[in-house]
Ligand binder design. Structure first.
Ligand SMILES: [Zn+2]
Length: 485
């Protein structure tokens, strides 16, 4: 399902980080004898720190679908599944989408789970995407990365360093470069690693199906997704690396079907939400809106959710083409017929903003936020409307409250910095920008901005303390990074 090579690489990066950061401290004697040997090899807290660091590199190098509605959807779906994984509550999770047409999904240390847009294109049903997420969640809860770290502790530093480069390249979406790096550095370790991976994969398959069924989705989406992935590359001379190294065997499909049969068929939980999510993702991935418009015109003849999604997609394409007068009635009608779908209200607000009408956008979003306080996508869109209406002070207030609880969200910090700057709070801008640079893996710039913030706010003891603490944290991280180069 996901790339074995990729999981091998990520596992190895894991090993590299842990080995370098912890060194001899990994010896079992130095650690309290609680939990399993896996926990001793890599405590969860350390796994989280490593995952955070890798995620910052992913934000730096990979083309993320950086859209709050996309983020909201994939996280909602992900957490519906996490709630039904027996160990889900013991781990942190964050789900994200990478704009890459290849079919792929992967779990990073620390519960960061990424999917490529190509996977969404391939998964025609909500349950099929959920099937992949359930599998990745199981890799995290079963601590497969940490378990392989135990098996790999003998690997040499040059091997690990080579893999580290491979991970960065693969996370950035250039799979081939990653494979080259892997081949050059892997030596004899590969077979050993892949053997481990296979047993982990079947465990993740098994737990993934249980999770999927437990959450009320269709467990048969697992074998059907396997078949879809194999089908997608049937005529390619060179399939993607994850199918090459970890083929969808008949055995795997049969096992999936057998296990699904113990649950019986289920359904999708919200098929319309999934259809709308796919349409929104399509409009964000840079496809020609003129072409999309044609596709949607054809799809209008479909029925049910497909027709609704086609009308929505058409409205998004029209908005993109600045044909606001045609998009508006389409969206208004969709909103009338689906008053509970925030998606349509949000699309209307974005249309107003694109057309330079902040007033109506504000009214729509205020109503939306009254009914859904703190809603992420609605709040960010509201801040954009306020900025367009030249009310940066209010946007700043809204975002300053919102950023608490969204400390990992780059888009929130970016908007906050804009609001602070336009409202004349330059000292605050440096701090927000520092956080944005930090999240995007640019520690040098983050530190420079924090120093600037410290100079500007030296009179405020509370701010000074906060900035100094963060500076110390960033300095430590930078030192670690440099020692690993
Ligand atoms: Zn897997």
């Amino acid at each position: 399902m996901p790339s074995v090579l990729k999981s091998v690489l990520l596992t190895s990066l894991f090993a590299a980080c842990a080995g370098l950061a912890a060194g001899p401290a990994l010896a079992a004697d130095d650690l309290p004898n609680i939990g399993s040997s896996t926990e001793r090899a890599l405590p969860l807290s350390q796994e989280q720190a490593i995952g955070d660091a890798i995620m910052r590199q992913v934000r730096k190098q990979a083309p993320l679908a950086d859209d709050p509605e996309i983020g909201d959807y994939i996280n909602r779906l992900g957490f519906q599944l996490v709630a039904h994984n027996p160990d889900g509550k013991n781990h942190q999770f964050q789900f994200f989408v990478i704009r890459d047409p290849s079919i792929n999904a992967f779990a990073l240390p620390g519960g960061y789970i990424g999917i490529h847009t190509g996977l969404v294109t391939t998964a025609e049903r909500e349950s099929e995407l959920a099937a992949v997420l359930g599998h990745e969640i199981a890799h995290v809860t079963q601590r497969h990365l940490a378990r392989r770290l135990e098996a790999q502790s003998q690997m040499s530093l040059p091997v690990l360093a080579g893999m580290l480069i491979g991970v960065a390249a693969i996370a950035a979406g250039s799979g081939d470069a990653g494979i080259a790096a892997l081949t050059a550095s892997q030596a004899g370790a590969q077979q050993h690693l892949i053997n481990y991976t296979r047993s982990n994969e079947s465990e993740a398959d098994r737990i993934g199906i249980d999770t999927l069924a437990g959450a009320g989705f269709d467990p048969f989406a697992v074998p059907s997704m396997f078949e879809r992935m194999a089908q997608a590359y049937r005529y390619d001379r060179k399939p993607p690396e994850f199918l090459m190294t970890h083929p969808v065997t008949q055995n795997r499909v049969a096992e999936g079907r057998q296990r699904a049969a113990t649950f019986g068929p289920g359904g999708d939980r919200d098929p319309l939400a999934y259809a709308l999510f796919r349409a929104r993702l399509k409009s964000l991935t840079g496809e020609n809106p003129q072409e999309l418009l044609k596709t949607y015109e054809h799809a209008l003849a479909e029925s049910g959710d497909k027709a609704t999604a086609a009308r929505y997609g058409k409205a998004l394409a029209l908005t993109e083409l600045r044909r606001y007068d045609e998009a508006l009635p389409l969206l208004e009608e969709l909103q009338r017929s689906h008053p509970d779908r925030l998606t349509f209200a949000l699309a209307l607000a974005r249309l107003d903003i694109a057309a330079g009408r902040p007033g109506p956008a504000q009214s729509r979003l205020e109503a939306l936020l009254r009914a859904n306080p703190g809603h992420h996508a609605a709040t960010l869109t509201y801040a954009q409307a306020l900025l367009l209406a030249n009310q940066p002070e209010r946007a700043r207030t809204v975002l300053q409250e919102h950023v608490l609880g969204h400390e990992q969200d780059v888009a929130t910090y970016r908007l906050l910095a804009e609001a602070q700057g336009r409202a004349g709070y330059m000292d605050e801008v440096y701090e927000s920008q520092a956080q944005e640079f930090f999240l995007k893996g640019d520690l040098d710039k983050a530190i420079r901005h924090l120093r600037q913030a410290l100079r500007q706010r030296s009179q405020d003891p509370y701010a000074r303390q906060r900035i100094q603490a963060r500076l110390e944290q960033y300095d430590d991280l930078l030192e670690q990074e440099l020692s690993q180069r």
